[in-house]
Design a protein around this ligand. Structure first.
Ligand code: ADP
Ligand code: MG
Length: 233
């Protein structure tokens, strides 16, 4: 079957920090129902690309499009409202709010306001038990990563951007995360995963882009792109 047209498209992105090109002409497409992974050594520009798509870094040149609309100059919260959700490499939950309250915030910031979405997200991430009424502060990293993901999902996103979602997770938690992300892709969500764990990338990704020094230097299915390659620093 031919690939569906991409939901999110970036072309020719340039980001410069004090004369240094963190992104030097990067393009990427995120089709619905596909997991796209970005890998590469530290400093390659992965997070900068992520920020350009999320709206937290503005490129000096290039364009970001979403469903045919130019969103290059659109603020991050407005992109969330349109259906582009994200999680954070450094966890960013509200510590004094409970698990369920954190997820409700996501529902209010997202594309759709659907009270049922909060319960569905809690259930999907296994957070519908007693943990739902606990304050986020003090919960283990694995639980907080699930809270973040549930919060992102509660707004009914069409595109989900994940920066290092497996960081700090144990083997069982990574396997559970992979199951959830595959289910989301099967449901038609377009996923972007910036990830160090190449086993997870190989398991999860439909397409892998390898970045180095602000450019994409290789792209393709994981078995071809990751085969015998040293992509992490
Ligand atoms: P990655 O996520 O692949 O490790 P980054 O996108 O974080 O790479 O960084 C790419 C390059 O841009 C690095 O050399 C980094 O030091 C630099 N960089 C990133 N953010 C900033 C910033 N806010 N100010 C200055 N330099 C930055
Ligand atoms: Mg990074």
């Amino acid at each position: 079957t031919p690939a569906a047209p991409p939901l999110l498209t970036a072309r020719g992105l340039h980001v410069v920090y004090g004369g240094f090109a963190a992104l030097d002409g990067v393009g990427i497409e995120l089709p619905p129902g596909q997991v796209t992974a970005v890998v590469g050594p530290n400093g390659a520009g992965k997070s900068t690309l992520f920020h350009c798509l999320a709206g937290t870094v503005r490129p000096v040149r290039g364009r970001v499009g979403y469903g045919g609309r130019d969103i290059t100059r659109l603020a991050a919260h407005a992109r969330t409202r349109l259906g582009i959700a994200r999680t954070f490499q450094q966890l960013a939950v509200f510590p004094t709010l409970t698990v369920a309250e954190n997820v409700r915030v996501g529902a209010e910031q997202g594309r759709v306001v659907d009270p049922g979405a909060v319960e569905r997200s809690l259930r999907l991430l296994g957070l519908d038990g007693p943990v739902r009424v606990l304050p986020a502060a003090g919960l283990p990293t694995g639980t907080l990563r699930r809270v973040e993901l549930a919060r992102a999902l509660a707004g009914g996103p069409r595109v989900l951007l994940l920066d290092e979602p497996a960081a700090g997770l144990d083997t069982a938690e990574v396997a559970a995360l992979a199951r959830v992300l595959k289910a989301l892709a099967a449901d038609g969500t377009a996923l972007l995963v910036v990830e160090h764990d190449l086993d997870l990338v190989a398991d999860l990704a439909d397409v892998v882009h390898v970045m180095a020094a602000g450019r994409i230097v290789a792209s393709g299915p994981p078995d071809r792109v990751l085969d015998g390659r040293e992509v992490t620093a």
